[in-house]
Design a protein around this ligand. Structure first.
Ligand code: IMP
Ligand code: MG
Length: 181
């Protein structure tokens, strides 16, 4: 029987490692935002598993919202074009915003979103990303909360997709080369 894991060359970050890291991040965020009006903004669809887990490790009251932006399409290279497909449902004026994202790669998506959301005058705005591919950065973006630094491989799992698939893998892995062909 075909299983998604047959397409994986290597597991880079296990589910256990992710779990531990998300607990740490949730604890840190709960301390940093104590007494503040916190709203998590997940970027669809890649942030969904990370968002769902992080949310439940945060022990202070908070709200959540989502945005959808265009990113990679079905290729493994960034187009550099950011388009907003779904905007926030809620006002962010005077709130403390934490953008939740699966991975920062070139930084183009988040740098655009930061500017866009800053225009609505939130009290503060920071980023929590599960993965950071620092060496691929084209524009400067700083994430306050980072799960793991990762090398420049194309990764799938825990929200990350290839052609919209593999998001449901419980770990972060590297695809076998023949999957791209
Ligand atoms: P950036 O604008 O280049 O930083 O792109 C960020 C977005 O690209 C992420 O939200 C992902 O959707 C996607 N992305 C970047 N690197 C990878 C990867 O290795 N695997 C899957 N998606 C990726
Ligand atoms: Mg994404």
């Amino acid at each position: 029987m075909y299983d998604m894991s047959d397409d994986i060359k290597e597991i880079l970050i296990s589910n256990d490692e992710i779990k531990k890291k998300v607990q740490e991040l949730g604890k840190k965020i709960s301390e940093d935002y104590r007494g503040k009006d916190l709203m998590l903004v997940g970027i669809l669809k890649g942030s969904v598993p990370f968002m769902a887990d992080l949310l439940r490790e945060i022990t202070i009251p908070c709200t959540m919202d989502f945005m959808a932006v265009s990113s990679y399409g079905n290729s493994t290279k960034s187009s550099g074009v950011v388009r907003i497909l779904k905007d926030l449902d809620f006002e962010i004026h005077n709130k403390h915003i934490l953008i939740v994202e699966d991975i920062i790669d070139s930084g183009i998506t988040l740098s655009y979103l930061l500017d866009y959301l800053k225009g609505r005058k939130p009290n503060s705005i920071e980023i929590a990303c599960l993965l950071n591919k620092e060496e691929r950065r084209k524009v400067n973006v700083n994430s306050k909360y980072i799960g793991f630094q990762v090398p420049d491989y194309f990764l799938v799992g825990f929200g990350l997709d290839y052609a919209e698939k593999y998001r449901n893998l419980p770990y972060v892995g590297v695809l076998k080369d023949d999957v791209y062909k």
